[in-house]
Design a protein around this ligand. Structure first.
Ligand code: NAP
Length: 291
């Protein structure tokens, strides 16, 4: 491997420290920031992930409430819970964890997370605000990619950036954030044809497709910085990305690992978004007219 390996861990630690400092400052003013994670699945890896968020939150001084509604929760129950959490003053941030019970429409649910508490940018209103360049929480994974680029001082202005994947969770919001950073952004998807056509001449290639080994050494060039967002679980339970590390690592300039890359930054950003939300909500309360 000749590519530089861009670990996300030091940045994750830095962001965690920032969230901890903000939580401490808020606590000194009498407000303990709080996160609620809504879960409705029996999937073991989801529960493992949610517990890791809970541990990270508590280490940062953020209280974390896991609202486990069970794998057979109805759409209406989920909507009612999200509406209640959106109204509840003691909750500052809300995450709706996937997968959801079969038949439950995620699009329908996320509308009920109020944008001020939508710390993982799930409500289409948050995406709309991002699209017009207004303040909103971006999905944490999309922002994690931007934070990684900034942390490693990889310029984006005027650079050719290819995003592989156009989901509402990663590819689309990421392309909007890259545009805000003056990148010339191309978004590829399953109908784009051979990726090489777009990726070979790109300065930065970001892959978020959920397809193991999708990007290989023949798709990149020696100047390419490759960010691997993909997470694929192998039969032995280990994790791998969308990039063929061996062939891409022997051609590209730099590459993020999986695990230990973008994913490690995502959790810290969820915490930082929670403390940001708590701070903004406390200002909103202070500025309300006295009754
Ligand atoms: P998704 O909703 O399944 O979207 C996948 C996207 O990839 C789609 O736009 C799809 O195109 C495109 N795609 C699929 N096969 C392709 C191919 N052969 N060539 C080009 N494009 C292709 O997935 P997602 O939620 O965005 O997640 C993407 C990956 O990121 C997954 O591995 C997921 O686990 C991972 N992820 C990681 C984190 C983290 O924190 N690290 C967080 C979220 C997601 P079409 O639109 O044409 O179908």
């Amino acid at each position: 491997m000749t590519a530089a390996l861009l670990s996300g861990k030091p940045l994750a630690k830095l962001l965690h420290l920032q969230a901890t400092a903000q939580a401490k400052a808020l606590a000194e003013g009498g407000l303990r920031p709080a996160l609620a994670v809504v879960v409705a699945t029996e999937d073991g890896s989801t529960h493992w992930y949610v517990r890791s968020i809970e541990r990270a939150a508590e280490n940062a001084g953020i209280s974390c409430r896991i609202v486990d509604l069970g794998h057979d929760a109805s759409e209406q129950v989920l909507i009612d819970v999200l509406k209640d959490l959106s109204r509840e003053p003691s909750v500052n941030g809300i995450i709706l964890q996937t997968p959801l019970p079969s038949g439950v429409r995620a699009d329908e649910l996320v509308r009920h997370i109020t944008p001020e508490k939508d710390i993982d940018g799930a409500n289409p209103l948050s995406l709309g605000l991002l699209a017009v360049g207004q303040r909103a929480f971006a999905p944490a994974t999309a922002r994690a990619v931007i934070e990684m680029l900034e942390h490693f001082e990889i310029p984006t202005a005027g650079r050719n950036v290819v995003v592989v994947g156009r989901s509402t969770v990663v590819g689309k919001p990421l392309s909007l954030l890259l545009l805000q950073k003056d990148a010339t952004t191309t978004v590829c998807h399953s109908r784009s044809g051979p990726l090489e056509r777009y990726t070979k001449s790109a300065d930065i290639v970001i892959v978020a497709a959920g397809r193991r080994g999708l990007l290989t050494g023949t798709d990149v060039s020696p100047q390419s910085v490759v960010i691997d967002v993909g997470t694929n679980v192998l039969p032995d339970g280990s994790l791998t990305g969308d990039v063929d590390e061996v062939s891409v690592g022997s051609v590209a300039a730099a590459l993020t690992p999986v695990p230990g890359g973008v994913g490690s930054v995502t959790t810290s950003l969820l915490l930082l978004h929670t403390t940001d939300a708590a701070r903004e909500q406390s200002h909103m309360l202070v500025s309300l007219p006295a009754k």
